[in-house]
Design a protein around this ligand. Structure first.
Ligand SMILES: NC(=O)c1ccc[n+]([C@@H]2O[C@H](COP(=O)([O-])OP(=O)(O)OC[C@H]3O[C@@H](n4cnc5c(N)ncnc54)[C@H](O)[C@@H]3O)[C@@H](O)[C@H]2O)c1
Length: 437
């Protein structure tokens, strides 16, 4: 393919050299003449292991060169990749002016180009940028859209500085987000020769996965460092503890607990997070990250409360009270906290949970619920149909297949707030459905 790459920084230079290595004809474009000059002399403008060699090989083979002229680069290529910087602005939001300048230039050039062209955004941008900002700008400047051969895509880059050439050659996956088949196909053709799963998705998902990946890496580092200082203060070998911790691929290093839904609760998670925070406080160690976990969880319960208040129905049916389905454990259940707040606000609540039977609750479980919601058995209704009777709104904490079947017949178009994100609920015919995540 004939490719133009805009922005000869860490991402752009690595991509340009590696795409040339894959056999494509690549033109690099940058506003910095020193970078253009270096590439044309077969030198990398950034320091990266293996990159000097890759740039030199591309230039020598006649498959890589750099120019400053945007229009010429667009006219001499079929696909443009944008990898200009999106640095952090004053408020923390990324600055997109370099992106806007490049899109403006590509759009103007496309007005004078015959034939189709694909524009692939590779810079890290907020979700919504490709279709909400880049595409309309491109259409306005070029006077062309998908019907006149213009395709767009978002293709994130997951390379790590220091080993970016290796990362380019062995990515975890290649993601293409696009509103059109032409967009996916162009990105897929670019990467033929790179062995990795190819994921086609929306631009919003592709943009989000890139931002979330970096946020998650940061979260992991903050977590590991806080664990490290706390354990060290307790005389525990933190390196060994984290090594063993990471050996659990079922619950720790895994997709477990990474599904957006409702707040956590139960007898273990809140207790043990609080225990670590208390231990740190006692040792005068600041753990701002772990200390923010319980407030973050409470904020999620507040979101549910607000969504119910916004609906303005005073009588609410709540399905699910135990901290998760299939148990009657009410201890620190987020649904108990939600119910308590609703009752405190004078809401008429009908609670149904097929596993919770007031007369069978014992020990700490009974103590907890009686402390949080005195006379809670007044609110508990053992029959789902009766619980739904007269309710102006239905809130789903968790629902079994049987419950969903009853809801299908009985929701009667009442608003449903699904706290867990149960796919079958979203599809109930005629339902006024919403979820938190
Ligand atoms: N650095 C990484 O490891 C990495 C990894 C993945 C994604 N990203 C993302 O990729 C993007 C680029 O990052 P980077 O580290 O390569 O940035 P960088 O600052 O190293 O390079 C950006 C380049 O864009 C050029 N540029 C600016 N305006 C231009 C214009 N109008 N026309 C042509 N070129 C122009 C600059 O001169 C510079 O050479 C960012 O959004 C970043 O968040 C970076």
């Amino acid at each position: 393919m004939r490719i133009s790459v805009f922005g000869m920084g860490y991402v752009g230079t690595v991509s340009a050299a590696c795409f040339a290595e894959l056999g494509h004809d690549v033109i690099g474009v940058d506003v910095n003449p020193a970078k253009i000059d270096m590439i044309n002399r077969g030198l990398s403008p950034v320091v990266e292991e293996g990159l000097d060699e890759a740039v030199a090989a591309g230039v020598k083979a006649g498959r890589l060169r750099a120019i400053a002229d945007t229009a010429a680069a667009v006219l001499q290529s079929d696909i443009s990749l944008i990898s200009v910087g999106t640095p952090m602005g004053r408020t923390g939001a990324p600055m997109l002016d370099a992106l806007d300048a490049v899109v403006d230039g590509i759009g103007s050039a496309l007005r004078h180009k015959n034939g189709g062209h694909t524009v692939v955004l590779r810079s890290t941008v907020p979700p919504g940028t490709t279709e909400g900002r880049m595409l309309p700008m491109l259409a306005a400047k070029s006077g062309r859209d998908a019907d006149n051969g213009i395709a767009v895509a978002f293709n994130p880059e997951f390379l790590r500085e220091g080993c970016s050439v290796r990362d380019f050659r062995n990515p975890p996956f290649t993601i293409a987000g696009s509103p059109s088949a032409a967009g996916y196909e162009a990105v897929e053709a670019l990467y033929s020769g790179v062995e990795a799963p190819f994921i086609r998705t929306t631009t919003g998902v592709a943009e989000s996965v890139k931002c979330l990946s970096n946020a998650f890496h940061a979260v992991k580092i903050a977590f590991a460092n806080e664990a490290g200082v706390l354990l060290k203060s307790l005389g525990v070998d933190a390196q060994e503890a984290m090594k063993v911790f990471c050996a659990d691929r079922q619950l720790n290093i895994s997709p477990a607990y990474l599904r957006p839904g409702f707040a956590f609760g139960g007898s273990c998670l809140p207790k043990d997070v609080s225990a670590l925070v208390a231990l740190a406080k006692a040792g005068d160690i600041a753990l701002p990250f772990l200390s923010s976990v319980m407030p973050a969880n409470d904020a999620h319960i507040d979101r549910a409360l607000q969504a119910i208040l916004d609906e303005g129905r005073r009588k609410v049916a709540l399905l699910g009270l135990a901290f998760k389905s299939g148990t009657d454990d009410l201890r620190h259940s987020p649904f108990v906290y939600l119910a308590e707040r609703l009752i405190g606000k004078g809401y008429d609540l009908a609670i149904f949970d097929r596993n919770v039977n007031a007369s069978k609750l014992l020990g700490k479980n009974r103590e907890f619920i009686e402390r949080e919601i005195p006379h809670f058995d007044r609110f508990l209704i053992s029959d789902l149909r009766r619980a739904l009777d007269g309710a102006g709104m239905i809130v789903i904490g968790h629902a079994s297949r049987e419950d969903i079947a009853v809801l299908e017949a009985e929701h009667n178009g009442r608003p449903i707030l699904d706290l867990q994100g149960v796919p079958a609920l979203a599809e109930l015919p005629g339902a006024r459905y919403r979820s938190l995540c």
